[in-house]
Design a protein around this ligand. Structure first.
Ligand code: GMT
Length: 378
């Protein structure tokens, strides 16, 4: 198949999933065309059967807000025609599903068979899509897609609740990991020594947006640190990093918290961790939690959104109410203090992630989903 993929190419779970899906599909013989404003961050410079088409948004003094959505639609139209694509698969509804709908309308006379498929990832449905400025266009674009997937059952339900979506069939296809990449036995222990050879390593990875509640990460860590010698490694960057740094200073743990900034390859880092913290407000799936589990790192987080579909509470981690610092700290201490329990959780986490979310199995689900969409067109 010839597939156009559009995603947010910078840091973020939806971009990572879309890019890794494209790479896996190309490995299986499909031709993949990424159509976006920048080379996706997880895409190496050259791979067989993978092409990148940059969307250039022309500047003009009149445009205070350059119309990226339109430039994207034009580029999609162009690439479909030039490379005879079978379908456009867009990740994150806003504005990608809308641009794809425009492109499909433009293609109607010449390529009425082109199909538009949308994968819903999270805040496109739970936050941004429900903002009054975007609600109607999000609902319209979703309903116009020829096929829809959501990354969790929670997100599937939430889409129906928030948008009605009469007649929408939303298939749940979860996010995935490459078991060979997220494998703690593959990486050297030296990384761990750099942080704290004798202490336990707690880790958090995110885009530091308010929804991630990064201050809670520091608060939980400060409680843990009172009883177990430990360090906290914070990976990523975003608007709330300054607040997390301030929290660390206020709680007097700033010399034990390492802010590493954005890092592209997180598997070696995860292999140096003992516990992953994700006290998020709302999470449709929690790709970073899955990557931690696959690396044998138990997760302590919240029972929000789709996280319970990824982390098995009491078995591969612990899930607590949002904002309940006491509960999360106590769960973290229970896991860290009992070496046998940690070992059992770590082993089960790695096994469970492989059994339920291995890349090959999930990519096959996407292939069947594509096949169905293309069959229905004829
Ligand atoms: O929805 C977002 O906030 C952005 C998106 C992203 O690009 O990182 O994150 C969502 O998609 C990820 C990949 O499917 C999921 O693992 C995240 O749980 C989800 N984020 C939220 O729901 C907050």
């Amino acid at each position: 198949m010839k597939i156009g993929i559009t995603c947010y190419p910078t840091y973020g779970g939806s971009g990572a999933v879309a890019t890794e899906l494209g790479i896996a599909l190309a490995r299986r013989g499909h031709e993949i065309h990424f159509i976006t404003y920048q080379q996706p961050f997880r895409l190496p410079s050259f791979l067989p059967r993978i092409f990148f088409h940059e969307v250039d948004v022309g500047r003009y003094p009149l445009f205070e807000y350059p119309p990226y959505d339109l430039a994207l639609a034009v580029r999609m139209h162009e690439v479909v025609l030039a490379h005879k694509l079978d379908l456009l698969h867009v990740h994150y509804a806003i504005p990608h599903a809308t641009s794809a709908w425009i492109a499909r309308e433009m293609l109607a006379p010449t390529r009425p068979d082109i199909r538009v498929l949308t994968t819903l990832h999270g805040t496109d449905i739970t936050i941004v899509g429900q903002d009054p400025s975007f609600h109607a266009i999000t609902k319209f674009s979703i309903e116009q897609s020829d096929g829809l997937t959501a990354v969790s059952r929670f997100l599937q339900r939430e889409t129906v609740r928030a948008f009605g979506c009469t007649g929408c069939q939303i298939e749940v296809i979860p996010n995935f990991i490459d078991p060979e990449v997220y494998d703690r036995t593959r990486y050297k222990a030296a990384l761990r020594d750099q942080f704290a050879p004798a202490d336990r390593v707690l880790m958090h990875i995110s885009n530091f947006r308010p929804v991630k509640r990064v201050r809670d990460v520091v608060k939980v860590f400060a409680r843990v640190r009172e009883q177990v010698p430990s360090v906290l490694v914070m990976v990523g960057d975003g608007p709330d990093r300054v607040h997390a740094e301030a929290e660390a200073r206020e709680l007097g743990v700033e010399d034990r918290v390492f802010f590493l900034g954005k890092i592209e390859t997180v598997a070696p880092l995860l292999s140096a961790a003992d516990l992953f913290l994700l006290p998020t407000q709302s999470e449709s799936f929690g790709l970073s939690a899955l990557e931690a589990l696959a690396s044998g790192v138990p997760v302590v987080g919240t029972n929000a959104g789709g996280l319970p579909e990824v982390v098995r509470d009491g078995e591969t981690g612990a899930l607590c109410p949002v904002g309940d610092i006491d509960a999360m700290a106590s769960a973290a201490l229970d896991i860290l203090r009992d070496r046998d329990r940690w070992q059992a959780m770590s082993a089960l986490a790695a096994r469970d992630a492989r059994e339920r979310f291995a890349i090959d199995d999930v990519v096959e689900q996407y292939e069947s989903f594509y096949d169905l969409a293309l069959t229905l067109r004829s």
